[in-house]
Design a protein around this ligand. Structure first.
Ligand code: PMP
Length: 419
């Protein structure tokens, strides 16, 4: 169906319609100013059978605890079928909120069930916080590069999105302070742990500096942490939300997608009371509440299963997948390329040598039945066309080794491989 372009265009009358018909008014400007995600379009290309894809950011389906989740749904229906099928409160199921709060407290951030709002994926938490805080024209600071659907969310709200200079460790605090002084932003959106797309983790010292800047200069912090549980080596770094100065101004976003399953569409938001209340009102307007049955099943799952043991299984598998990718990249990528070694998450970020273009390489790669995502769409402002994101979560180490060697062959086809 074509979008209506302007008011007043007439179309021929059909038998049962009035003699003349007026087209409805045009779409909101925001609906046409924000583009669909190019990554989703690339993903469609890469889902052809036989393609070894480093493009997606999907959890490995064979690691879903399908039996445990089925039992949890059974239990929700066996004990509380009517409640599971009924409308429920906007804040979320009390047992589930308590379970989330207990996990956050165990990770070093004292949290009460009342501090938590259950959301339909952490993506919705981002939308709700944006609705609560951002007016058209407000400045939102983001890491550069950053998560595409966050850029879409801020774009739809009419924000002016400004990138914060980042290096291999993430946000550079001095540069952040300068930008806050110049731009008077409403909020900083950050993924400090195993960032999407770079896999980077912001060290504790920089987290403390970011919290201090937010407190001193007056700034909301949105800490998005869907990957924090997926650590393969090194020690946990405390949440930004747990640093002095951040307590009264951080919205912490968590997700069940990477530790249970993304199809559940369950996430959560922990925020200071007034901001959480504003998010609750935004959620009432969005969807009244998150699916009752899914929340009840997740609460049953928390009660019945050792989630940490399940996460440990997932970590072991992903660690081997990350290592297989890292082991092969040295042979596949041209001399002068660089890439990082993330301590967790799902992504390795690589950079080709000067004058190389990851989008051109993708075309060669797809004809060799291997795929990745060029880094350019993740940037705000001028993109770095030499960068690419490689996700290691959905293939076995053997498939990954084969995929990396195909990537090397694609580079050779393309005349790019010099090392
Ligand atoms: N934030 C980031 C940084 C992500 O990468 C993703 C998912 N890929 C999300 C949020 C959304 O996760 P959810 O499934 O919880 O909505």
């Amino acid at each position: 169906m074509r979008a209506p372009e302007s008011r007043g265009a007439t179309v021929p009358a059909a038998a049962a319609t009035p003699a003349s018909v007026t087209a409805p008014p045009s779409f909101a400007a925001r609906a046409t100013s924000v583009e669909g995600s190019p990554v989703r379009e690339i993903l469609a290309l890469t889902q052809r059978p036989g393609v070894i894809s480093f493009a997606g950011g999907l959890p490995a389906p064979e690691l879903f605890d399908t039996e445990g989740l089925r039992a949890a749904y059974d239990a929700a229906f066996a004990t509380s079928a009517r409640r599971a099928l009924q409308y429920s409160t906007t804040d979320g199921d009390p047992e589930l909120r308590a379970a989330v709060a207990a996990r956050a407290t165990a990770r070093g951030l004292a949290t009460d069930a009342d501090d938590v709002l259950i959301t339909s994926g952490s993506q919705q938490a981002l939308t709700l916080i944006t609705a609560a805080l951002v007016e058209p024209g407000d400045v939102v600071l983001v890491e550069n590069p950053t998560y595409l659907a966050a850029l879409q969310c801020f774009g739809l709200a009419g924000a002016r999105v400004v990138p914060v200079p980042c290096d291999e460790e993430g946000i550079v605090p001095e540069a952040l302070a300068d930008l806050v002084g110049q731009e008077r932003p409403k909020l900083l959106y950050t993924i400090p742990t195993f960032q999407n797309p770079t896999g980077r983790t912001l060290p504790a010292g920089r987290r403390a500096a970011v919290a201090e800047i937010a407190a001193r200069m007056g700034l909301w912090l949105v800490e998005d942490d869907p990957y924090g549980d997926l650590r393969y080596e090194g020690a946990d770094v405390p949440w930004l939300a747990a640093h002095p100065g951040a307590e009264d101004r951080t919205a912490l976003l968590g997700s069940f997608s990477k530790i249970m399953a993304p199809g559940l569409r369950l996430g959560w938001l922990r925020a200071p009371a007034a901001l959480r209340r504003a998010a609750v009102v935004a959620k009432q307007a969005a969807d009244l509440h998150t699916s009752t049955v899914d929340q009840l099943a997740a609460a049953r799952y928390f009660a019945a299963v050792d989630l940490d043991a399940h996460i440990a299984t997932v970590r072991t598998a992903y660690r081997a997948r990350r290592d297989a990718l890292l082991a092969g990249l040295g042979d596949a990528l041209p001399a002068g390329s660089s890439w990082n070694r993330p301590e967790g998450g799902m992504f390795v970020w690589a950079r080709l040598p000067e004058f190389h273009d990851a989008a051109a390489l993708l075309r060669a790669a797809i004809s060799r039945q291997v795929a990745f995502v060029p880094g350019a769409p993740f940037f705000t402002g001028s993109p770095d066309p030499r960068t690419l994101r490689l996700s290691f979560s959905t293939h076995t180490p053997q498939e990954i080794a084969e995929g990396v060697s195909r990537l090397g062959a694609a580079l050779a086809d393309h005349g790019l491989r010099t090392g």
